[in-house]
Design a protein around this ligand. Structure first.
Ligand code: GTP
Ligand code: MG
Length: 203
């Protein structure tokens, strides 16, 4: 697949500032430091595009990256970092909920979970929020380079059991360091964007 190029098209906090051109959107969600910005860089290939944080909790707005093919990758604020204030976490929860509730062009949510860690309460909360809204989602395990291939498969199976995931819901193990799993994820994104274009609607 041809590498895509992307540019930061919009930074928004309030819903009225989200893009209004109707292009399909793929959103990256997950705890702070899970690797959202790193994965976005990989997916868009322009390295250094989304700021990768040494200090978790850096991304505080929704960043809309317009990919050459004509869809947006949306880097959402990370949530649940221990050192952030309760008020800040509530703000994050509010942004995320208002985004998924009102976003017609949202064709796919990538829910990122660190492959080395058990999902935390906030991960469960997000899983429930996505399932309740029947949003098309893909669970993405990040930092797969930190585990052996066998252990990575085991982690995916464990998560499928814990969350009683529908077998049709994909789980993709990725590494933004080595690029493993990225072509598979890009293929899924292309399929969702193509279906959106063909149907003229999201879900
Ligand atoms: P917030 O913006 O704070 O919510 O964090 P984020 O989810 O965007 O995480 P980010 O991409 O900034 O990555 C956090 C840290 O994890 C950085 O030090 C990255 O270099 C590291 N990291 C991200 N992805 C990978 C990966 O696939 N493998 C390894 N080994 N490290 C990774
Ligand atoms: Mg980030």
């Amino acid at each position: 697949m041809k590498p895509s190029e992307a540019r930061l098209a919009r930074v928004a906090v309030r819903a009225e500032d989200y893009p209004s051109d109707g292009r399909a959107e793929i959103a990256l969600m997950g705890r702070s430091n899970v690797g959202k910005s790193s994965l976005l860089n990989r997916l868009a290939t322009t390295s250094g595009l989304a700021r990768v944080s040494k200090t978790p909790g850096r991304t505080r707005e929704l960043h809309f990256y317009l990919v050459e093919e004509g869809h947006y990758l949306v880097d959402l604020p990370g949530f649940g970092y221990a050192k952030t204030s309760k008020q800040r976490r509530e703000e994050w929860a509010h942004w995320i909920t208002s985004y998924i509730d009102a976003r017609e062009p949202l064709v796919l949510v990538l829910q990122l979970v660190d492959i080395r860690h058990e999902p935390q309460p906030i991960d469960h909360q997000l899983r429930t929020a996505l399932a309740e809204r029947d949003l098309p989602a893909c669970v993405v395990l990040t930092k797969a380079d930190k585990l052996s291939r066998g252990a990575a498969v085991g982690a995916a199976d464990a998560l499928r059991r814990v969350w009683r995931l529908d077998p049709s819901l994909p789980i993709i193990a990725t590494s933004s360091e080595t690029g493993s799993g990225i072509p598979e994820l890009q293929k899924l994104i292309q399929q969702r964007v193509a279906a959106f274009a063909a149907a003229g609607k999201t879900r």
